[in-house]
Design a protein around this ligand. Structure first.
Ligand SMILES: *[C@@H]1O[C@H](CO)[C@@H](O)[C@H](O)[C@H]1NC(C)=O
Length: 444
C-alpha cells in the first residue's frame, strides 16, 4: 500500500517535471515592441521626425510555418507590424524577456529599420575589403534592442528578412548580463558582453571587430578596439583593460576585464560588435562604490567635568561616490541610543585616487545635553556602499551620583587644587613681603 502511494507520488512528480520542461523549452516570447522609424517624404528639417508604432514580434528558435493562432494580434497593433523572428541561439527566449502573464512591468523593446553599411573605422574597414555580393544585403534589415526585467539582460540584434517578407532571421546578436555593475575599489571587474553570428550567413566567417567605449556625462573615449580579422588590438587606451581573446574567438565572449577598479572607471560602457556591413551594440553601467573609513579625534576622549564643553571630530575618508550622511549617536549607561544630530559637517575633498573625504565636528556641551555619567559616542556614516560606525567611550566625572572611582578622582582633584592654591598663596605672600622689605629699606 505504502509502496503504491510512493510510486504514485513519484510518477506525479515526473509528470509535473515533464510539463514544466515542455513549457519552459517552448517559452520563447511574443514581444510587444515599438517600431520606430524616420518619417519619409518630409525631408529638409534639422530634426528628423520619427514615427512610433506598436508592433508584435513572435520569437522562435526554428523557422516553422506560423500557426493561425499566433497570427492573432491585439486590436491596437496593425497586422502589417506583426513579425516572426527566428533566433537559433535562443537569446531572445531568455526568461527576463518573457514575464508571467499579467505582470505589470514589461521588458522594453524597440525596433528600427537598419541599413547595412561600410565602416571607415580602421579596425572595422578591413572587414569589407573584399567586394561582397550585394544580393544578400538587399533585403529588409532591422535592428532591435531589448531590455529584460530587473536589469538581467540587454540584447541588441540585427535581423534580416527577404524584401517585403515578415519572416526575420537573427544574423547578429550582442548581449550583456551585467547591465548594472557595482564594484569595490581595487577589485577586478568583468563587464559581460557576448555575441552570436548566424553561421549560415555569408557574412559570418569573414571576420569581426569589437570595440569598447566609455561615456560619462557627455565625455566619451575609446577603451579598446580589436580587429578580429587580423587578430590585432587596434587601440588600447585604457591601462589594465583587456579581453579574453581565446574566449572571444571560440565563443564570442567579448567581455571587458578591468584588472583593478578605480573611481574614474565609473560610467557607461558600450560594447559594439561589427560584422562586415553590420553592427550591434549594448550599453551597461559600472559604478565603483567604496564605503568610508572612519576615524575619531581625540581618541580616547579625555575625562569631562560637568559644565565643560568638548569637541569631537569624525573623519570619513576614501569613499566614492560622493553621497554620505554623517551623524552622531549617544548611548548612556541605560543602554539606550539617542541621536545627537549631524554636528557641523565640513565640505568634501577629493584625493588623488578620486575618493572623497568629509568630516563632522560635534560640540558636546555637558550642561545642555543630559549625558549622565557618560557613555558611548558613535559617529555613523551612511553610504551606498554600506553603513560604517566608529565609537568611543567617555566619562563625566563629578556627576550627581558619583561612583567610587569618581569620588577618588574628585578627592584627587581636590587635593591637587588645594595644594595648588596653597602653593600660589605661599609664593604670593612671600614675594609680597620681600617687596615690602625693599620698600622699607628705600624709605630709610
Ligand atoms: C567570458 O570571459 C571571462 C574572462 O575569461 C569569464 O570570466 C566569463 O565567465 C566568460 N563568459 C562566458 C559567458 O563564458
Amino acid at each position: 500500500m505504502s509502496n503504491f502511494s510512493t510510486i504514485y507520488k513519484l510518477s506525479l512528480v515526473a509528470v509535473i517535471c515533464f510539463i514544466h520542461a515542455c513549457s519552459s523549452s517552448s517559452s520563447c516570447p511574443v514581444l510587444e515592441c515599438w517600431f520606430v522609424q524616420e518619417k519619409t517624404g518630409r525631408g529638409g528639417g534639422l530634426t528628423a521626425a520619427t514615427s512610433q508604432e506598436k508592433s508584435l514580434l513572435h520569437i522562435r528558435t526554428e523557422a516553422l510555418g506560423h500557426s493561425a493562432e499566433s497570427q492573432k494580434a491585439p486590436s491596437d497593433i496593425s497586422p502589417d507590424r506583426v513579425y516572426f523572428i527566428t533566433d537559433p541561439a535562443g537569446t531572445l527566449c531568455h526568461p527576463s524577456l518573457n514575464p508571467p502573464k499579467g505582470s505589470v512591468t514589461k521588458p522594453q523593446c524597440e525596433i528600427n529599420p537598419f541599413l547595412p553599411h561600410h565602416s571607415t573605422l580602421k579596425w572595422v574597414a578591413p572587414l569589407t575589403d573584399s567586394a561582397f555580393s550585394p544580393i544578400y544585403l538587399q533585403a529588409d534589415w532591422f535592428s532591435a534592442a531589448h531590455q529584460g526585467l530587473d536589469k538581467q539582460l540587454t540584447v541588441s540584434s540585427i535581423t534580416r528578412a527577404p524584401t517585403a517578407s515578415k519572416e526575420h532571421h537573427v544574423i547578429l546578436s550582442v548581449t550583456s548580463k551585467t547591465v548594472s555593475v557595482h564594484a569595490r575599489l581595487g577589485e577586478p571587474v568583468l563587464l559581460d558582453c557576448g555575441f552570436w553570428a548566424d553561421p549560415s550567413s555569408p557574412l559570418s566567417g569573414l571576420g569581426f571587430a569589437v570595440e569598447w567605449r566609455y561615456q560619462f556625462r557627455g565625455d566619451g573615449r575609446l577603451v579598446l578596439a580589436y580587429d578580429g580579422k587580423s587578430d590585432r588590438l587596434a587601440d588600447m587606451l585604457e591601462e589594465g583593460a583587456t579581453l579574453d581573446f581565446e574566449g572571444l574567438h571560440e565563443k564570442g565572449n567579448a567581455s571587458l576585464i578591468l584588472q583593478e577598479a578605480k573611481v574614474r572607471h565609473s560610467g557607461m560602457y558600450i560594447c559594439t560588435v561589427y560584422l562586415p556591413y553590420l553592427v550591434a551594440q549594448v550599453t551597461m553601467e559600472l559604478e565603483i562604490v567604496e564605503p568610508p573609513s572612519l576615524s575619531l579625534h581625540p581618541s580616547p576622549l579625555p575625562l569631562v567635568v560637568p559644565g565643560q564643553a568638548l569637541t569631537v571630530q569624525c573623519e570619513a575618508s576614501g569613499f566614492a561616490p560622493l553621497s554620505l550622511e554623517l551623524s552622531w549617536e549617544f548611548k548612556g549607561a541605560d543602554g539606550k541610543s539617542r541621536p545627537l544630530g549631524s554636528g557641523s559637517v565640513s565640505g568634501h575633498r577629493q584625493a588623488w585616487d578620486g575618493t572623497y573625504s568629509q568630516s563632522t565636528r560635534l560640540e558636546l556641551d555637558t550642561t545642555t545635553l543630559d549625558l549622565g555619567k557618560g557613555g558611548e559616542l558613535t559617529c555613523v556614516a551612511v553610504h551606498p556602499g554600506g553603513t560604517r560606525r566608529a565609537s568611543t567611550t567617555f566619562s563625566v566625572i563629578g556627576f550627581s551620583a558619583p561612583s567610587i572611582e569618581d569620588s577618588m578622582a574628585m578627592v584627587g582633584v581636590a587635593l591637587v587644587l588645594y595644594g595648588l592654591i596653597k602653593f600660589v598663596s605661599w609664593t604670593f605672600t612671600s614675594s609680597g613681603s620681600g617687596a615690602a622689605d625693599k620698600q622699607d629699606k628705600k624709605d630709610k
